[in-house]
Ligand binder design. Sequence first.
Ligand code: CMP
Length: 139
Amino acid sequence: MSTNRTFTMIKPDAVANGHIGAIINDITTAGFKIIALKYTKLTPEYAGEFYAVHKERPFYADLVSFMSSGPIVAAILEKDNAIEDFRKLIGATNPAEAAEGTIRQKYAKSIDANAVHGSDSDENAQIEGDFFFTAAERF
Ligand code: CMP
């Protein structure tokens, strides 16, 4: 298992608000290398599967509905200490609590529409990356 890769999605709110370019610029400026990149849209079934870990949470239905409401950008990123450094770069899940200069503080509006996803562990980064990308789509 890789210890220096993470998985991200630029969520439908940030895509709709025109922030794809700025967010990718923040990510690469912070030293992350893009290993795989895809512009796509999740079906409700696919979003439900991706977030199955949250199935019992009260926000699950809204989360699935939101994540399938418009196109997203999925990416695998590489950097030393990728999981922790990426979570620092994006800021707290709730943008109201996100530190100054973080991606969520700059581009997110609410805990649901929070601009980006970032994996919380090496294991989930692997699972989430495999969800979107074949081996031939990674460089
Ligand atoms: P993400 O990191 O993509 O993982 C699950 C998502 O659920 C999270 O970002 C939030 O956008 C969303 N969510 C909505 N309500 C909550 C909550 N109370 N706690 C955690 N995540 C929430």
